[in-house]
Design a protein around this ligand. Structure first.
Ligand SMILES: [Zn+2]
Ligand SMILES: [Zn+2]
Length: 342
């Protein structure tokens, strides 16, 4: 079968390899669609911090059909559509028992990072990582498994944090942000929802998906947002970029009682200071979120199945993963690049 693998740090390619052999508790999935993520660009560099064992097959937003199951797996029959929950926690701690592998304190392994992922004709998956994906176009379901799940987790985490919610702001209308806008627009239908991005096409998309206002990011972003909302503060900022600039923007736009949720991994920071005059106002709640739980994944798949959450997708065949990753790095993908496998 074909598999797109990281063979050495910085080198990834489509190779021929044998079908995976099934271990106890595993299912062989015939892959249909795989969403590409910015972290794939990072994973293929195989940086030491990830402690990967190479070669490893990339691809962590996977949807497919069960081809066969190990003898001890009774609940996944061949022919069933399934999405893959990306994290494999320790399986022994209280977080894992709740299906919150993203909170596993012993550290989880990632499918498509540490374990072979879905950019292949077939993949072996622990049956416990499968979630039903029947009734959803695989191309639309695939981005739900990470972009959708993480966006949902970020929005769900943010909803209860600020003291009031009249104005929300989403920074970064990419793979995650364009889904967060839809989830937030539905959850806070009466609130203003401002989208910020560097790309006018993404702002146009945000408006189509439910943003009430958009601001093209530039040197005066904070001033223009403040002017838009009549000089008041923003109640909640969801930052899907996570650079110094975006976290500082969030700090400057928020005030007492506001909340900032950072899902982006842009390497940014803002000082946490216990003194009178600080960039982050007192009584602002700051939270960093990471991936999501199995229930978060079930919820976004339900929303997608009901047609209430729709990923904007750009399809590519398996032979063009390099091209798709280059487009992702160049920032020219509107929504999510999805590899279709047939
Ligand atoms: Zn990802
Ligand atoms: Zn655990």
């Amino acid at each position: 079968m074909r598999a797109y693998r990281v063979t050495s740090p910085g080198r990834s390619e489509l190779v021929d390899c044998p079908l995976p052999t099934l271990g106890s508790g595993e299912v062989l999935l015939r892959v249909q669609a795989v969403g590409l993520c910015h972290s794939d660009v990072f994973h293929r560099q195989a940086p030491p911090v990830l402690r990967q064992t190479l070669p490893v097959t990339l691809g962590h937003e996977v949807v497919g059909v069960v081809e066969k199951a190990a003898a001890d797996v009774t609940d996944w029959r061949p022919g069933t559509s399934a999405a893959v929950y990306v994290l494999v926690g320790c399986g022994r701690c209280s977080a894992c028992a709740r299906g919150e592998d993203n909170l596993c304190r012993t550290g989880y392994r990632g499918i498509g990072t540490h374990l072979d992922g879905g950019l292949a004709d077939y993949m072996a998956v622990p049956a416990g990582n499968l979630v039903a994906a029947d009734g959803i176009d695989p191309v639309l379901a695939a981005p739900m498994t990470d972009a959708g799940m993480t966006a949902y987790h970020a929005v769900a985490s943010a909803l209860g944090l600020p003291r009031s919610w009249d104005v929300g702001l989403v920074i970064g209308i990419g793979g995650l942000g364009h889904l967060a806008v839809q989830i937030l627009a539905a959850a806070k239908a009466d609130a203003r929802l401002i989208a910020v991005d560097v790309d006018p096409a993404r702002l146009e998309l945000a408006r189509r998906l439910g943003a009430t206002d958009t601001v093209l990011a530039g040197h005066d972003t904070a001033a223009r947002v403040t002017e838009l909302v009549g000089g008041r503060e923003v109640d909640a900022v969801l930052d899907f970029v996570g650079t110094d600039g975006t976290i500082e923007l969030a700090a400057d736009l928020t005030n007492r009682g506001s909340a900032i949720v950072v899902a982006g991994l842009g390497g940014g920071s803002v000082p946490f200071e216990a003194q009178l005059a600080t960039r982050v106002s007192p009584e602002v709640t700051l939270r960093r979120v990471s991936a999501g739980s199995r229930n978060d994944l079930r919820h976004v798949l339900d929303l997608a199945r009901a047609g209430r959450l729709r990923a904007e997708t750009v399809p590519y065949p398996l032979e063009k993963v390099d091209e798709a990753l280059a487009a992702l790095e160049a920032g020219t993908v509107l929504g999510r690049a999805v590899i279709t496998i047939a």
